[in-house]
Design a protein around this ligand. Sequence first.
Ligand SMILES: *Cc1c(COP(=O)(O)O)cnc(C)c1O
Length: 420
Amino acid sequence: MDHFQLVDGVLHAEQVPLTRIAEEVGTPVYVYSRATLERHARVFKDALAALPRTHVAFAIKANPNLAVLKVLASQGFGADVVSGGEIARALAAGMAPGDIVFSGVGKTRDELGYALDSGVGQFNIELEEEGAVLAELAAARGLTASAALRVNPDVDAGTHDKISTGKAENKFGVPIDRAAGIYARLAALPGLEMRGVAVHIGSQLADLAPLESAFGKLGGLIADLRGAGLTVSHADLGGGLGVPYKAGEVFPSPAEYGAMVARVTRGWDTVLMFEPGRVIAGNAGVLLTRTIRVKRSSNRDPFVIVDAAMNDLARPALYGAWHDFDAVRPSGRRMTANVVGPICETGDTFAMGRDIDALEAGELAVFRTAGAYGATMASSYNSRGFVAEVMVDGDKFAVVADRILPEEISAAERVPEWLA
Ligand SMILES: *Cc1c(COP(=O)(O)O)cnc(C)c1O
């Protein structure tokens, strides 16, 4: 459930008409609903309430906006981060360093050092060499880094290839059949406290079965490690729960997920860690856009050309992803159209031959479910600026990320003297 609803014929975010945001901030603009974020955070936590010891870390890469992180920090969420920049954001949002989990497939020495100096709570190690570097850096500082070994369970998550991470051919984690040896060798290093194991098999999962299979394999590994006399006090189950992008689609609920986790992890006697991203933020945001004009031809569907483009919302171009597209003031009339942005690429297409609310030049519309992997993937391609972000809270709203203008971006560029 989200808080983007029609009120008196106008789409609102909570109590704010989107027409007002468009007038005051301009378009395109991402609009987040605080109440929706809080609701999703609560539903997720409630789903885990029956589990004895849990830790929830929001996967910052889904939506790193500081205001969004602040809302989730106030809900007791820590952060799953994949770069030094994300560590800085989690800290800036007031998250406790000890609640930060540092994932990421290629952590540099600088990032590892920064994370150690910041007091990051857990390092999810992606390969043995990385663990050795971390141990060396920690020991040199007189510290002990708490770490989990990320394993690749070789499970097909059944999702889009580009967001599948748990198959043997993917770059993530160590092969599960080599994990016990690596864990034992790392556990012997000074500077490192190996405390657990981690999996994350992919994103936008529509089915719990692959997760259940991966968790089952992780349980087997935990038993093997303990059998070898090693300590395992933490199990990180990653993120990946999918969300409906099309009205009427049904996905496993957090409650069903929580029940599955409780069943599979019974008797593990570990802290269970979670890294949800999309399921928290996805339906808490929309991308508000204005129709520039409608291009009609006699024998084809018209093109509805909007002012948002693939540089603002990359998912359709990247993954062929679907976003529901609705008018802000629907007239009741419908049209079949192709919805495209103004960028000079055919890939700048949001929908083909889709039945949508009829739109004319100047009218507003939204791409729904744009709160995760939306603004954060923006670029300045075609010398477009970076899109602005707004958060709504009841009857008020605030700009939570300024629009960055093309001239501000080009101000960082230099023409060398020898070209002047
Ligand atoms: C991306 C990612 C997540 C979050 O995935 P969602 O599908 O957004 O829940 C969690 N953990 C790790 C390690 C990730 O890379």
